[in-house]
Design a protein around this ligand. Sequence first.
Ligand code: FAD
Length: 319
Amino acid sequence: MAEVLVLVEGNPAGGGVRKITLEALTAARALGEPSAVVAGAPGSAAEAREQLAEYGAAKVYVAESDDIENFLVAPKAEVLAQLVADRSPAAVVIPSSPEGKEVAARLAVKTGSGFLTDVTEIAPDGTATQTAFAGATIVHSRVTAGTPIYTVRGNSVTPTPAPAAAAEETVTVQLSDAAKAARVVDRVVEQKSSRPELTEAAIVVSGGRGVASAENFSVIEGLADSLGAAVGASRAAVDSGFYPHTFQVGQTGKTVSPQLYIAVGISGAIQHRAGMQTSKTIVAVNKDPEAPIFELADFGIVGDLNTVVPAATELITAR
Ligand code: FAD
């Protein structure tokens, strides 16, 4: 069976791998037998191995060194480029995170390959599905040059176990000077939250300008916590200082595709839709019955969010 390399993205909170890695492994199985590639600090592979075995990695290539960890993404692209040269895999599949997309682009240049970014599905013949024009168009594409490289959008593939051997093989890479051009000098540990990560959450509750203040975002957080959901925000809410920028959903923010997306006090501008319209079920709460978000929503509630959302939170919490 053809070998497919899958770049592993570790869990920044420590322990195991991110869910998007398991999704990438699952998507890669359509093309052949996945070999996971762990490129990171010493000890990364040991933390990841159990999950990689559970989700179908027949092999785990281990490239561990402080240099790989400390020189941003360039070393990871070099590790993959060396494996592509040595192993001639059928494809390379990478989680579609900001880091993953940069690694994919660098790898494509190094190997003279085509790459498809933010794919939502990969067919056994290599055809990938993408959305374009803020989700208005579905595109099917295939790479025609080099080793096909894909980045898989979070939450578009359901990770399914397929136990495999995960046999480890050490990879030694002599990093080029170019890979050492930018060094990490400090890492700011993200504040730990009990809520799920926005791009990986099964449920997202987002607030917009209609929430009206930073203090009133507690209404959004209350509903999110009653559902075990992540909190998102529109750009208008973020620009108004109601919620931190890192939670922005949309064209210039994060792309989410949860099972359930609840848009509260959000009008539904095309740039916001671009980041959430592939959500499986969309619920909108807006006091304006003409708000464009209702064209997209599966369920809509016309009403004041300050009445509707606390009432919903109370009902859900009481269950
Ligand atoms: P508004 O459009 O002002 O809508 C607020 C809504 O709240 C209204 O529909 C109103 O009826 C409702 N409302 C008010 N009070 C209440 C109440 N008490 N109860 C219930 N409903 C209420 N936007 C993004 O979100 N993400 C992006 O990534 C993004 N990228 C952009 C990139 C570019 C290049 C540009 C030009 C714009 C971008 N935007 C983005 C901005 C986008 O065009 C909209 O301006 C923005 O999405 C509007 O946010 P909003 O829906 O919260 O605010």
